[in-house]
Ligand binder design. Structure first.
Ligand SMILES: [Mn+2]
Length: 349
């Protein structure tokens, strides 16, 4: 297991020096943010990130993410050029020593929450999802005042309406076809560069606003892995995203996919399922609905040797900043996960 931490680049209020001081920290998870989605990353930007990371004593081996342009997910004719750019980005990060690339195939919205600073009983704040709020929102109505926090600010309301409208005729089967088209071009390049592609599950793992979402459950993960049966076509096991649905048995899925050698990256965090959705909580098992130790043990028992990172943290101790991505609670999460891995390793002997 290689412990890692997401860093949003030089503008991130959480510094590389902060991150380095977390016990057991080895690698940084980052991305180039200075070009629009779909374009080729400059070697200069990649090299600068690598240098900053390595100067801080951390390794530059995981990218999260190289985002997939909407035209690829929609299967538009422009996708061939965009997929070629995507492949070029894989080649370029591989040249810089990157071993693992996290990405997702969610239409329009990377993740959806209804509140980013929900106050928990202990006074900390976290991200929550309440289906009653989501049901009130219709992104197709551009004059609606209702929006959700965390929506991609690079879209105007009209652009958002238009891109959501484009998906109205796209079925789940269409999404599978578009994902297959993408994987069949991208995975051979990743294999050639020995970069492990690690798809992130949809968050939450069900359809919202009528948008087709397919990376949601065991059956669909099986299908994804079979599209290109190559170890470079793998998963980011995000327990918080898959764990939003009680139907997903996370220890079982961790065991199964680790055994297949397809878990390259694990986002390990807890969620508390509620009657109307879920709340993000601290990482500890007793704080939420997931048995984090069972998940870690299942990974280790089945030969997992990939990257791990704590995922969204609460805001604690008065910290402010990017929702889910403060320093303190994620650092506590990393320490807790280190403890689970140490215990599971000793138990296995
Ligand atoms: Mn995640």
């Amino acid at each position: 297991m290689k412990m890692s931490f997401r860093w949003y680049g030089p503008d991130d209020p959480v510094t590389l020096q902060n991150i380095r001081q977390i016990p057991g920290m080895q690698a940084i998870v980052t991305a180039v943010y200075d070009v629009p989605v779909g374009e080729v990353w400059s070697r200069k930007s990649i090299a600068a990130l690598k240098k900053q990371t390595e100067d801080a004593g951390l390794s530059f081996e995981v990218i999260e993410s190289i985002p997939v342009h909407e035209d690829i997910k929609l299967g538009l004719p422009s996708r061939d050029r965009l997929i070629e750019n995507y492949c070029e980005n894989i080649r370029r990060v591989a040249e810089a020593g990157v071993k693992c690339v996290c990405y997702n195939f969610m239409p329009v919205f990377d993740w959806t929450r209804t509140e980013l600073d929900h106050k928990l009983p202990d006074g900390s704040t976290s991200l929550i999802y309440d289906s009653r709020q989501v049901e009130k929102v219709n992104p197709l109505l551009s004059d609606s005042d209702l929006t959700l926090p965390g929506w991609d600010a690079s879209y105007t309301r009209e652009q958002l309406r238009d891109v959501v409208a484009q998906y109205q005729s796209v079925t789940e089967e269409d999404m599978w076809e578009n994902l297959s088209y993408f994987l069949k071009k991208v995975i051979p390049v990743a294999a050639e560069c020995d970069v492990n592609m690690a798809i992130h599950p949809d968050d939450p793992c069900w359809s919202i606003f009528g948008l087709p979402r397919i990376i949601t459950c065991e059956k669909n993960l099986d299908r994804l892995l079979s599209i290109v049966d190559d170890p470079h076509n793998g998963l980011t096991l995000c327990t918080g995203s898959l764990g939003c649905s009680a139907k997903n048995d996370l220890p079982k899925m961790a065991a199964k996919y680790a055994k297949m050698g397809r878990v390259h990256f694990a986002h390990l965090r807890n969620v508390l399922l509620t009657d109307t959705g879920f709340e993000e909580r601290g990482h500890l098992s007793s704080g939420g609905s997931l048995d984090m130790y069972a998940i870690v043990k299942a990974l280790l028992e089945n030969g997992f040797d990939g990257y791990v990172r704590p995922d969204h943290g609460r805001m604690i101790w008065g910290e402010t900043g990017r929702a889910g991505y403060g320093l303190y609670d994620r650092a506590l999460g990393a320490c807790y996960l280190n403890g689970l891995f140490e215990a599971a390793q000793k138990e296995l002997g």
